[in-house]
Design a protein around this ligand. Sequence first.
Ligand code: PEP
Length: 249
Amino acid sequence: MRKHIVAGNWKMNNDLPQTEALITELKAQQLTSDAKVMIAPTFTNLWPAFEALRQTNIEVIAQNMHFADHGAYTGEVSARMLKSIGISTVILGHSERRAYFNESDDLLAKKVDAALENKMDVIFCFGEELEDRKSGNHEHIVENQIKNALFHLEASQFKNIVLAYEPVWAIGTGETASPEQAQEMHAFIRQTLFDAYGEDVANATSILYGGSVKPNNAKEIFSKPDVDGGLIGGAALNAEDFFAIINAF
Ligand code: PEP
C-alpha cells in the first residue's frame, strides 16, 4: 500500500520563538490517521525543530537545498549539511522556487541527484499555471516537468521520491482544484509513471496534492484513489488546522 503523507511547508514564516511555540502546539495534537506527518521550517529553525521533535511521529524536513556538496555558493545549504543535522527529506521544485529563483527542470534534476546520492528522500513539486489549464495544456506541462527532472532515474530510485502535484493557480489563493480535477491529474501522473517504469513504480509512488488544502476540503480531496496525501502551506501554520487536515485520512 502507498504511504499516506501530509507535509506542512512553512515557507519563510516563523522565527525561532514562533517555531518553538508552534511545535509545542503540534506536540499537543492527537494523530488519529495513518498518515506520516512532516513539517518544513526555514533553514535557521531546522535544528531546533529537529531537536524538539525527536522521538515524536513528526519528521522535520527541508524546503530546498543546493546540488553541490560544498563550495563557493554563498547563501546556499547542501544535502550533506542537512544530513549532518538529521534531516533526510527535502522539498524540491516548489513553484515559488521555480518562479522567484528561476529554478529550471535541469537544475532540479541535479538537485534530485544530489539528494539521492546523499540518501535523502525527495518531495518533488510540479504543477501548471492558470493559462496552461485554461488552454488545456496542463497535462503536457506536468508530464514534461516530471520527465525532465526525474526520468533519468532508475526505477529503484523511485522508492525515495514522493510526487507533489501543486497547480500554481491554487497555491495560497484560496482556490483549490476540485477533488475531481485533482484525481484526474493524479491518475494521469500515475499513468505517466506506469508508461515509463511499469506497474510497481506506478503503484508504489505516493502522489500528494497541494494548493489551498484546508480542514473543510481535505477529506473530499484525500478520498480520491490516487491522492495519497497533501503538501500544505497556509493551513500548516496553525496546529489545529494542520492536524484536522492530517486526520482527514
Ligand atoms: C504550498 O505552498 O505548497 C501550498 C500548497 O500552499 P497553500 O496550502 O497555502 O496553498
